[in-house]
Design a binder for this molecule. Structure first.
Ligand code: GUN
Length: 291
């Protein structure tokens, strides 16, 4: 029987710490501000954006949701980002993905000032992460690291297997595990003997996006199993990548879906926005000191 990792609780702890810091900043007249841009009508994106704004309210941040129609041009979007880059009351800028097909996602993400890139998706921040200098850590992988920390299991020296190689989760996830001295393998759709590779993992992170993808034969006895998947089964019920009922008795620790990784992504976004506000306040103070 595995210990179920309570993502809601760990996320609440992170948010409580951020809220406390925000209170301290408020005494200095600083309110962290997050702008979230959503283009189009993707229903899942709308829910995520609403939850991000709600979290800002909970921790005492200012938030601004900019909702644009599907037909918005890339140029219009770049203009919005440009004006947000210049605003002193906005510390973090997030463009909800996916964007409509006629907009070049890379161009848009690359236009966000690295100092306000709280998703840590821009090439600058991805590079910083790669060399171990990351200020903003990508929210979902950073949230997974917090969950692993909450188990008390040390990453150092452990076999860590990440299934999935996306820029948002798989690749940065592997990098964070490596930074904590894990022995890291990234698996993907072309991996041979996937089950065998996974079954050697002390820490297994699945970010595939397919229900029931991780079965008991792929899991080592006592492993930490982290399920990043957000899928819906045939009955329309939310589920992860892991065949929970069969894996749970074998694992040492396991995250549920919902209530595992999901709440962490937004909690880490709040943490990044707080960091951005502190850095921006410091750099504003430095500039005014020079005058
Ligand atoms: N779409 C799915 N996940 C994310 C995320 O973490 N950030 C943004 N901006 N869009 C997403």
């Amino acid at each position: 029987m595995a210990i179920i990792i309570d993502g809601k609780q760990v996320a609440a702890d992170v948010k409580a710490r951020v809220a406390k810091e925000a209170e301290r900043l408020a005494e200095l007249g600083i309110t962290p501000g997050l702008a979230v841009i959503i283009v189009g009508d993707d229903p899942a994106s709308k829910i995520y954006v609403r939850n991000k704004a709600k979290a800002c309210e909970e921790v005492g941040f200012y938030s601004e949701v900019i909702t644009k129609p599907e037909k918005t041009t890339q140029r219009e979007l770049l203009e919005i980002i440009d004006s947000l880059n210049k605003r002193a009351d906005i510390d973090g800028i997030l463009v909800q993905l996916p964007l409509p097909k006629h907009i070049n996602e890379k161009a848009v993400i690359g236009a966000i000032s690295p100092k306000k890139d709280v998703d840590a998706f821009s090439p600058f921040n991805v590079g910083k992460l790669m060399i171990g200098d990351g200020v903003f850590l990508p929210c979902t992988p950073a949230g997974v690291m917090e969950l692993i920390k909450s188990t008390g299991v040390e990453v150092s020296g452990k076999n860590c297997v990440v299934i999935g190689r996306s820029n948002i989760v798989g690749k940065p996830m592997a990098m964070l595990l490596l930074q904590q001295s894990g022995t890291v393998t990234i698996c993907h759709s072309k991996t041979e003997n996937l089950a065998e590779v996974c079954s050697k993992a002390d820490i297994l992170v699945s970010a595939v996006g397919r229900p029931n993808f991780v079965t008991a034969d792929m899991v080592k006895e006592g492993a930490v199993v982290i399920d990043v998947g957000i899928n819906h089964n045939e009955e329309g019920k939310m589920c992860g990548d892991v065949e929970f009922d069969e894996v749970e008795p074998k694992a040492g620790f396991i995250t549920p879906v919902p209530g595992g990784v999901g709440p962490m992504t937004i909690a880490m976004l709040m943490d990044n926005t707080l960091k951005a506000a502190i850095l921006n306040a410091k750099s504003a103070a430095k500039k005014s000191g020079k005058k």
